[in-house]
Design a protein around this ligand. Structure first.
Ligand code: SAM
Length: 342
């Protein structure tokens, strides 16, 4: 069994943990992910790291835990040449960095540790240092209770998500969902390649784009044809064989899909043409049973706290397995729910 780690963004810790829980349910890990601050620890026979790095929007880095000791222990008393020799080849370049999570280490102590570890690795494998683009990255994660030396790989997805934010897409509308949250929601719904993902309030296609980039088939419905034209532009640019149609969620022109990832209209950015947004979601929940092929966590929906989507889902007999709140600003708290069937 090998110990692996994920180090997540600190902005939305609850959401990051939920994303990892959903993704790890799609891999073969031993037991549950255990958390020490922003560090998630995973035991597995097979590395879940490539899959998590490819999928997770809120993971900054991930990799193998090489050494784990108490915060008062001396790393060099526990570090063997074999550990280093197994982690890096002599022809590779490397960097060493420390991350402090409320640890008692001063900046000087951290610098000293980085320097000493760098020298140790160089002496053991005669690999070269490259701080800008190393082939192997060693990070030492320090917190109040532990020192963990890890071999890490940084997320390539996160910079790509920034490139895909709504303002950078060919078509933009303020109601569009940002790429990071769209990706997290697809992950909470455990979207897998080749599944059919429906967004019945697809607007400019923020969610549909991420679903397609995971490898799923994107199907969208929206009332507003201008937004649908925009979603077609956005989906075409990434080569999606999308299927988007003008329609009303109250009379969904879709008979079957594997999951629903969506955000109903709320706030001023999107119009409902006079209908109550909550009534639209009610229609969706009533129809979900008939059209969803997958039963577990097959709906991920994001709405404002005023909509109280949890009560609505439960009143329709649906099972809410995740309920997360994100404070957007003083007047708006977003709620994200993973929903399935009994
Ligand atoms: C918050 S936006 C959706 C953003 C989109 N999910 C994304 O990923 O970018 C809500 C959308 O619901 C659409 N809408 C409003 N009433 C609707 C209805 N009755 N049926 C279908 N879509 C509706 C609006 O036109 C708007 O595009």
């Amino acid at each position: 069994m090998t110990a692996y780690f994920v180090y997540v963004s600190g902005e939305q810790l609850g959401l990051a943990k939920a994303e990892i829980a959903a993704l790890s349910s799609l891999t073969r890990i031993d037991g549950e992910v255990s958390w020490d601050g922003r560090l998630g620890l995973i035991n597995a026979l097979e590395s879940p790291v490539p899959f998590i790095l490819e999928r997770a929007a809120l993971v900054k880095e991930a990799g193998i835990v090489l050494v784990e000791i108490g915060a008062r222990d001396n790393l060099f008393d526990h570090l063997s040449d074999d550990t280093v020799l197994n982690a890096i080849k002599s022809e590779e370049t490397f960097s060493v960095r420390t991350i402090s999570e409320n640890s008692n280490f001063s900046v000087d102590e951290r610098l000293e540790l980085e320097k000493r570890l760098g020298k140790y690795i160089k002496r053991t494998v005669s690999a070269g240092v490259d701080l800008k683009s190393p082939q192997v990255r060693f990070i030492v994660i320090l917190n109040r209770n532990h020192i963990r030396l890890c071999k890490a790989v940084g997320s390539k997805l996160r910079p790509m998500l920034r490139e895909r934010e709504p303002g950078r897409k060919p078509f933009f509308h303020p109601s569009m969902m940002n790429a990071t949250l769209a990706r997290v929601m697809c992950n909470l719904a455990c979207v897998m390649p080749d599944e059919i993902v429906l967004d019945p309030f697809c607007g400019g296609g923020g969610i549909l784009c991420e679903a397609f980039l995971i490898g799923a088939k994107s199907v969208g419905v929206d009332l507003n044809w201008q937004l649908l034209t925009g979603s077609r532009q956005n989906l075409s640019l990434i080569g999606s064989d999308y299927n988007v149609v003008q329609g009303d969620v109250r009379h969904l022109p879709v008979h079957e899909c594997d999951c629903i990832v969506t955000d109903p209209p709320y706030g001023r950015a999107s119009s409902t043409r006079g209908a109550r947004a909550i009534g639209l979601v009610e229609s969706l929940f009533e129809r979900a049973d008939a059209i969803l092929r997958r039963r577990d966590e097959s709906i991920c929906i994001c709405g404002s706290s005023e909509m109280n989507l949890r009560d609505l889902a439960e009143s329709k007999g649906l099972v809410v397995s995740q309920f997360l709140q994100i404070r957007v600003h003083r007047g708006l708290v977003r709620e994200i729910l993973s929903i399935g069937f009994q």
